[in-house]
Design a protein around this ligand. Structure first.
Ligand SMILES: Cc1cc2nc3c(=O)[nH]c(=O)nc-3n(C[C@H](O)[C@H](O)[C@H](O)COP(=O)(O)OP(=O)(O)OC[C@H]3O[C@@H](n4cnc5c(N)ncnc54)[C@H](O)[C@@H]3O)c2cc1C
Length: 397
């Protein structure tokens, strides 16, 4: 195509991450054609590399993947049940304990598998097209149709553009939509670790002085394999990234308090800086934000991609139910209001938990001890927290 060429599409989705690809599938199921524009080359979508993230899915998140027909593409070893969770404060032995006799609290699925099944879903839906290896440079929302310009010089028109271009979304900024950005000054180091004692499908979240260790059980693969999520101040994380595997493992072993026995590194280490984002609005003229471009969460409450899926479901339903032309403001505003209801409280709650559990001053340490004891002693409060975290009701509000 020539550098000044211009063409028209149905909906354009910018970003072929798991949210963007799932959006294209949900739109196709609602009878709406779309084109996903993704900067990465196609093989990174069809064969996404392992990236260390084990994504905890809520019941509602799983339900949406089932409706999309994507869940069925996961092999059994990619699904690890999360039956219990224990939260520890420092070296204290008391913990806040979550379990549900009826069913698992949720499941863990490797992120590269979630990306892969979203890609496979797209292959089964001809109305959903993908152009990989193309980067969107500019967004224009001023005309009767929205437009995006690609780095190649090409321009594409559409009645509606959906931005799924990550928590650092450039489309969001170009649309004049601000966002709350919270840089926690912390990073996570992730690695799969084999351990001597079985995990019993139990997650451990241990808030220590200066760092947090979460152990996520990977029972789909082995009763003695977990993913370690180590959260540290970024300067400490950078220091540890420079250590060789044996030095790092010795540090982890020392700080694990023997909860899982002898440890062995079972895969490469990965690193992510922690920044949360909340867009001031989720919709503008002929534009909707989804996925991390709308809400980018701190991973401690494991909700980022779940929120992405809730947004995909809600936006597809609003567009499908609307009698107005694609790009009309009313369904976009309804989507924005609904997605805010779904996400705002947990976004704020997550940031408050992070603040409380990373504050090393004595009053904060005392307060979190009290909070854990109170929650453990009050079953209704604990049940309310668990319901919120697992989204067991499974429905849109
Ligand atoms: C350590 C960690 C643990 C996590 N744990 C959980 C968990 O337990 N549960 C949970 O629900 N969530 C979790 N998350 C969050 C989850 O991983 C994210 O919410 C999810 O991956 C975001 O998907 P996305 O498609 O919105 O964005 P991304 O995956 O960031 O994809 C954005 C895509 O847009 C493309 N792009 C960007 N700009 C352009 C452009 N200009 N033109 C074309 N393409 C562009 C990029 O190449 C990329 O492919 C975790 C995150 C981290 C970091």
């Amino acid at each position: 195509m020539s550098s000044s060429a211009s063409s028209c599409s149905s909906v354009i989705i910018v970003g072929g991450g798991p949210a963007g690809l799932s959006m294209a599938c949900a739109l196709a199921d609602a009878g709406i054609a779309s084109t996903v524009l993704e900067a990465a080359p196609v093989d990174q979508l069809s064969e996404p590399p392992e990236d260390g993230r084990e994504i905890a899915l809520t019941h509602r998140g799983m339900g949406i993947l089932q409706q999309l027909g994507a869940w069925q593409d996961l092999p059994p070893e990619a699904i690890s049940p999360l039956r219990e969770a224990r939260v520890f404060n420092g070296r204290a032995d008391q913990s806040l304990h979550f379990a549900d006799a009826r069913s698992p609290l949720g499941v863990l699925v490797p992120n590269h598998w979630l990306r892969r099944i979203a890609w496979q879903g797209l292959q089964r839906r001809p109305p959903a097209q993908l152009r990989a290896g193309v980067r969107v440079k500019a967004l224009h929302l001023d005309g009767a149709q929205a437009r995006v310009s690609l780095e190649s010089g090409e321009t594409l028109h559409a009645p509606l553009i959906i931005a799924a271009d990550s928590r650092f979304s450039s489309l969001r900024r170009q649309a004049g939509i601000g966002a709350e950005m919270r840089d926690f000054g912390r990073s996570v180091l992730l690695a799969r670790i084999e351990h001597e004692l079985p995990h019993r499908d139990q997650a451990l979240e241990c808030f220590h002085h200066g760092h947090t260790m979460a152990w996520l059980p990977l029972g789909g693969l082995s009763p003695r394999l977990s993913s370690l999520v180590l959260t540290l101040p970024t300067d400490q994380a950078e220091l540890q990234r420079g250590w060789d595997d044996s030095r790092w493992l010795a540090w982890v072993q020392r700080h694990s308090q023997g909860r899982l026995g002898q440890l062995r590194l079972a895969g490469p280490r990965h690193h992510y800086p922690l920044v949360a984002t909340y867009a001031h609005r989720f919709a503008a003229q002929r534009l909707a934000l989804i996925g991390d471009a709308a809400v980018g969460m701190h991973p401690v409450t494991a909700h980022g991609y779940n929120f992405g899926l809730y947004g995909v479901q809600r936006l597809a339903r609003e567009l499908a139910a609307s009698r107005e032309a694609l790009g009309a403001p009313a369904p976009l505003l309804r989507y924005g209001a609904g997605h805010r209801r779904d996400t705002w409280h947990l976004y704020q709650g997550t940031n408050a938990v992070v603040k409380l559990f990373t504050d090393e001053r004595a009053p904060a340490r005392l307060l979190r001890h009290g909070v854990l004891r109170l929650a453990q002693a009050l079953p209704p409060l604990k049940a309310a927290i668990a319901t919120q975290l697992t989204s067991r009701s499974g429905n849109m509000r």
